[in-house]
Design a binder for this molecule. Structure first.
Ligand code: CTP
Ligand code: MG
Length: 243
């Protein structure tokens, strides 16, 4: 963070969409696979566009899709403040590329998986509010419903953590910009950004996530997201109660 944005009060969003989607196996990078006739990343950006306070957006995509006028981008509405940048081989590299492309208008940064394309605006708002409330890092999380076992290399159980203290975490993950920049400057690797921030010794707070922020990973997840989208479109609102 430079002096130029030390007084900034906006929210920057890095949307990471540069993965290959090997577990989905669609033959197209996952963020450009269609859901309801439009790419996953299009849905994610529609949500980001409705988040209050967002002043800068970086969309990180596979290098071969970095030209937003190309056919893969049909149906994507890029927010006016958005820039498109090429991602890297690992998610961490993609986040770092997006972070570097945000402008000076933001002091809070959210990192969001394009694959969590139905994450509601309310989750973004909760995360921003908690960062504004003083947390260095904030992640949305949901209680773990299954009992989780820790196993050794032979598959033998070595521990059963108390389920009550476990959370499955989602994105958007939010950070003070200086904190996330310092975390990425360290060059480490983690499956989420909070992991890098925790490694620096910062406290990371978990706020309520949402089942809709579930990540599209497998073909089943995509089918589930289709059903959710259709349900959202076809179920009419309940009638107003008559007085
Ligand atoms: N991602 C990215 N750059 C990478 C890897 C992942 O921007 N090098 C993004 C993905 O596009 C996705 C998010 O990070 O929105 C979460 O990653 P994941 O669900 O693992 O997506 P993929 O890596 O594309 O899927 P897979 O692991 O099955 O190949
Ligand atoms: Mg991956």
């Amino acid at each position: 963070m430079t002096d130029a944005h030390a007084a900034a009060r906006g929210v920057g969003v890095v949307v990471v969409a540069a993965g290959s989607g090997s577990r989905l196996g669609a033959g197209t990078p996952k963020a450009f696979v269609h859901l309801g006739g439009r790419p996953l990343v299009a849905h994610a950006l529609d949500v980001v566009a409705r988040v209050p306070g967002v002043t800068s957006v970086a969309v990180v995509v596979p290098p071969e899709l970095a030209d937003a006028s190309g056919p893969a981008w049909a149906g994507v509405r890029l927010p006016p403040s958005a820039v498109v940048v090429a991602g890297g081989a690992e998610r961490t590299h993609s986040v770092a590329a997006g972070l570097a492309a945000l402008d000076d208008s933001c002091d809070v940064v959210l990192v969001h998986d394009a694959a969590r394309c139905l994450a509601p605006v309310a989750v973004f708002e909760r995360v921003v509010a908690a960062v504004r409330g003083g947390a260095a890092g904030v992640v949305p999380g949901v209680p773990v419903v299954d009992t989780v076992k820790v196993v050794d290399e032979r598959g033998v159980v070595v521990a059963t953590p108390d389920r009550g203290s476990l959370r499955a975490v989602q994105t958007p993950q939010g950070f003070r910009r200086v904190v996330l920049e310092a975390a990425h400057a360290g060059g480490g690797d983690a499956t989420d950004d909070a992991g890098l921030v925790e490694a620096l010794g910062h406290e990371v707070l978990v706020v309520a996530g949402d089942p809709l922020a579930h990540k599209v990973t497998t073909p089943d997840d995509l089918a589930h997201a289709e059903r959710l989208l259709v349900g959202a479109l076809v179920i009419p609102p309940p009638p107003e109660e008559s007085p």
